[in-house]
Design a protein around this ligand. Structure first.
Ligand code: FES
Ligand code: FE2
Length: 462
């Protein structure tokens, strides 16, 4: 990446307490991202199970770039720029299966590995071009957690280095064994980073999702790990099942009621973060002896789920320990555009956000509910796409409806002449500001910039 002649958007202007408005509102900023972020950063193109067989492909798009991700062997995936080297026609749209790629303009053909298979009337061209000239242009590809990542920068760092330390904290969850419960995509009415900002902090839960806090802790800490960020509870618990610590004292409920409350809400009103298995197992809660302590009940609840999962032939991640789960935090934002909440182990919600062209006021959001199914139990993959996020057919459920209800109002509010930027919570929203700071740094200094590499922890509240 060429060095910036100047820093149009200085990294230092984003602090723990303040987020300038232009990152989310300015067309110039969106243009800069297209030039300096997306062509140089690792990003999720698809899940591996979307391309299980040789020849299966997905077309991944971000702003003006289009990439073909194709399975070329049982353990081999390739990625190519989706452009015919003859006169530039795109070769694929969406997903499909191919033995080779054929251009519909003049009929040139390409093997799955990107090499040229046929040039019509090749003799006409003499020795004008090399094999490389007439092949598809390669894109870096690698996998982690069952996801296929691509990077358009031939000089990019290895994916494992880029992701560090996410794998150290979350690798034992074996995300590669999860399968889609649902896959929904919609055009949302705000900037991709604005939309993302509804999912990488818990500060909004008490106001936006008030039904949750009777049964769930929500006061959180957050911080940066390299360019990535995470959120966590400070109470050394791996379980959310309690009345929020921010609520006034009330008669204590049985922990079973909190488990029922949380699992039912997430299962029925999000379709994620509570598996079908855990929902079915709620009926066994009453069988747990009444005299046990809260911690013993939680231990039994965990034991029942593992036992049932193994009986169903699900690949439960047996290397997880309570200590590892505690250290792994609750929610990760993997730079730049994906977020997941993995605490319930067998039901993980994963979000991906992309700009919608150069429009700073809309974005493309994917919501992936991923679940650990028993042997042969995963439903067939069905991708749902909504040009209108308010389409009732999307059936987002109460929790996402609550988040989405804020999006347009935030976008509109930020346009006000009275609004210069966001006044950020330096503890619970550090996960948001750290990301914006790392994004500016990445665009100003290039992908090898270093200061986003350490840990950035919240300041203690006064
Ligand atoms: S543009 Fe593809 S063969 Fe001509
Ligand atoms: Fe939310």
């Amino acid at each position: 990446m060429p060095q910036s002649p100047f820093q149009k958007f200085p990294t230092e202007d984003v602090t723990r307490n303040f987020l300038p408005r232009e990152d989310q509102c300015s067309p110039e900023y969106a243009k800069l991202e297209a030039e300096r972020l997306w062509p140089y950063v690792w990003q999720i193109a698809c899940r591996m199970e979307e391309i299980p067989n040789v020849g299966d492909f997905v077309t991944y798009e971000v702003v003006d770039e289009s990439i073909i991700v194709v399975r070329t062997g049982p353990d081999e995936i390739s990625a190519h720029h989706n452009v015919c080297p003859h006169r530039g026609r795109q070769l694929t749209e969406g997903c499909g299966k191919a033995r080779f790629f054929k251009c519909r303009f003049h009929g040139w053909e390409f093997n799955l590995d990107g090499s040229n298979k046929a040039v019509i009337d090749r003799k006409d061209f003499g020795d004008f071009f090399t094999d490389e000239d007439i092949a598809l242009k390669p894109v870096k590809v690698d996998t982690w957690g069952g996801f296929v990542f691509i990077n358009m920068d031939p000089e990019c760092e290895p994916l494992a280095d880029f992701l560090s330390p996410v794998d150290d904290y979350c690798g034992r969850f074996n995300f590669e064994n999860l399968r889609f419960r649902y896959y929904k995509t919609a055009i949302m009415p705000c900037n991709w980073k604005t939309a993302m900002g509804f999912f990488n902090e818990f500060y909004h839960v008490q106001q936006s999702h008030p039904q949750l806090i009777e049964h769930m802790e929500d006061y959180s800490n957050s911080g940066g790990f390299g360019r990535h960020t995470a959120m966590w509870y400070d109470n050394d618990s791996i379980y959310p099942f309690q009345r929020s610590s921010r609520l006034p004292p009330a008669p204590k409920l049985d922990v079973r009621d909190h488990i029922r409350g949380v699992v039912t809400e997430f299962h029925n009103n999000l379709g994620a973060m509570a598996s079908g298995r855990s929902y079915r197992l709620l009926e066994r809660l009453d069988g747990i002896p009444a005299h046990l302590s809260d911690m013993e009940v939680l231990g039994e609840w965990a034991r029942i789920q593992v036992e049932e999962a193994l009986a169903e032939g699900a690949a439960w991640p047996m290397e997880l320990t309570p200590e590892y789960m505690l250290a792994s935090r609750l929610d990760w934002h993997v730079f730049p555009n994906t977020i997941y909440l993995h605490g319930s182990i067998d039901s993980v919600i994963w979000y991906r956000f992309r700009p919608n062209g150069y429009d700073p006021d809309t974005c493309i959001m994917d919501v992936w509910s991923l679940e650990l199914y028993g042997e042969g139990q995963a439903p067939p993959l069905k991708r749902e796409f909504y040009t209108d996020w308010q389409d009732p057919a999307a059936k987002w459920g109460r929790i996402l409806d609550q988040d989405f209800a804020n999006m347009l109002a935030v976008r509109k509010g930020m346009k006000s002449r009275a609004f210069k930027g966001s006044l950020m919570n330096p503890i619970q929203e550090l996960s948001v500001t750290h990301f914006y700071r790392c994004l500016r740094e990445f665009m100003n200094e290039g992908p090898k910039a270093g200061s986003g590499r350490g840990e950035v922890m919240p300041e203690a509240a006064e």
